[in-house]
Design a protein around this ligand. Structure first.
Ligand code: F3S
Length: 298
C-alpha cells in the first residue's frame, strides 16, 4: 500500500478553513494492481473482457472501457480472447469454464481475496460448517463460497443469525469478507464460541480497509463536515460513509467532484476528505483541491 504524506490544505489568510485529506484515503494496492493489469492487457491485446466491473468505481471503469477493457455481465459471454478477473474474484466454476474454452485468463483477483478462497476450500475439504461474515450478495462472498463447494454454510453479519446453523453442528470455521468491520467479526466469533464445540477463526479482513476505517473515524470525530469519495456501489466506500456519519452526520458521499455542493461548507472550519479503497488516490486529492477552489482559494 502506498502511503501518502498527510495532506492539509490551509489556504485562507486567517487560517479559518482547513481541509485535511486522509493519508491513506483512496485506492488500495489490490485495486491499483487490477487497474494496472487491465491497462497492460488492453495495450497488449487490444481488447479485454472484464467479468463484471473490474473495480467498483464508475469513472475508472469508463476509462478502462475507453482503452479496450469492456465489462461483460458473466463468464458465459466470453468465448474467446482475453478475460480479466476483477479484484473481488469470480466463482471458481466460472474461471474453470473460461479456461476450458481456451480464453486467456488474467487474474487480477487481489491476493488478499485469494486467501479466504483458499481457506474456504480447505475448510470444505475438512468438513467444517462455514460461517462467512459478510454480505451474501457481494461478488467476493459468492466467489469465496464457490471455493467452499458445499451447501453447509451461513453468510451473516448478525450473531443472532447463528440460530440458523443446524442443530448438531460441532465444527465451525469462521471467515470474514475482506471489507467488514473488525467489531462485527469479533461479535460473531464470541457468539459462535458459546455455541459450538470447535470454532476456527480466520481474520481475513483486509488491512487496507481497517487503515482507511480508522483514519476515517479519527478525522470525522473532529471535522465539521466530511466528504467521502468513491463509487456509490462500493462496499468499502459505503462502510467509510457509515463510520463517518456515526461521528459526523454532516457526511457526504460523492462519486465525482461534480456532485460536491458549495452549500455543504458554509460556515464550516474543518473539512475532512477521504476515499474508499476502490477510489484512485488522485480522485481524492482532486476532490480536496476542488473544495478549496469552491471556497475561493486564490
Ligand atoms: Fe485487496 Fe484489500 Fe483492496 S482485499 S482489493 S487490498 S481492499
Amino acid at each position: 500500500m502506498r502511503a501518502r504524506p498527510k495532506r492539509r490544505l490551509d489556504f485562507t489568510p486567517d487560517h479559518s478553513v482547513e481541509i485535511t485529506v486522509a493519508p491513506n484515503g483512496g485506492a488500495c494496492f489490490g485495486v491499483v494492481r487490477a487497474i494496472k493489469l487491465g491497462f497492460q492487457a488492453a495495450a497488449a491485446t487490444g481488447k479485454v473482457h472484464s467479468i463484471g466491473p473490474l473495480i467498483h468505481n464508475e469513472s475508472v471503469v469508463r476509462e478502462l472501457e475507453r482503452r479496450g477493457v469492456s465489462t461483460v455481465a458473466g463468464a458465459d459471454e466470453v468465448t474467446e480472447g482475453t478475460a480479466i478477473l476483477r479484484s473481488h474474484g469470480i466463482r471458481r466454476q466460472a474461471e474453470a469454464t473460461l479456461r476450458e474454452r481456451g480464453v486467456k485468463v488474467i487474474d487480477a483477483t487481489c491476493p488478499l481475496v485469494k486467501k479466504p478462497q483458499r481457506i474456504a476450500q480447505a475448510l470444505g475439504e475438512k468438513g467444517y460448517f462455514l460461517v462467512l461474515v459478510g454480505d451474501p450478495n457481494h461478488p467476493e462472498v459468492q466467489g469465496v463460497l464457490s471455493y467452499f463447494g458445499r451447501p453447509d454454510y451461513a453468510v451473516l453479519y448478525d450473531p443472532a443469525a447463528l440460530d440458523a446453523v443446524p442443530t448438531g453442528t460441532r465444527r465451525v470455521g469462521i471467515l470474514a469478507q475482506t471489507t467488514i468491520e473488525a467489531s462485527v467479526l469479533e461479535a460473531v466469533t464470541a457468539a459462535a464460541r458459546e455455541r459450538f464445540e470447535e470454532v476456527a477463526v480466520y481474520n481475513t479482513i483486509c488491512d487496507a480497509t481497517s487503515v482507511r476505517q480508522t483514519e476515517a473515524a479519527t478525522l470525522s470525530r473532529t471535522a465539521d463536515v466530511v466528504v467521502v469519495v468513491g463509487g456509490h456501489h462500493s462496499s468499502n466506500t459505503n462502510k467509510l460513509v457509515k463510520i463517518c456519519r456515526g461521528n459526523q452526520p454532516d457526511t457526504h458521499h460523492v462519486e465525482s467532484i461534480e456532485e460536491i455542493e458549495p452549500a455543504w461548507f458554509a460556515g464550516k472550519r474543518k473539512i475532512a476528505v477521504t476515499g474508499g479503497a476502490s477510489t484512485p488516490q488522485d480522485y481524492v486529492d482532486l476532490a480536496a483541491e476542488h473544495i478549496a477552489t469552491l471556497l475561493g482559494r486564490p
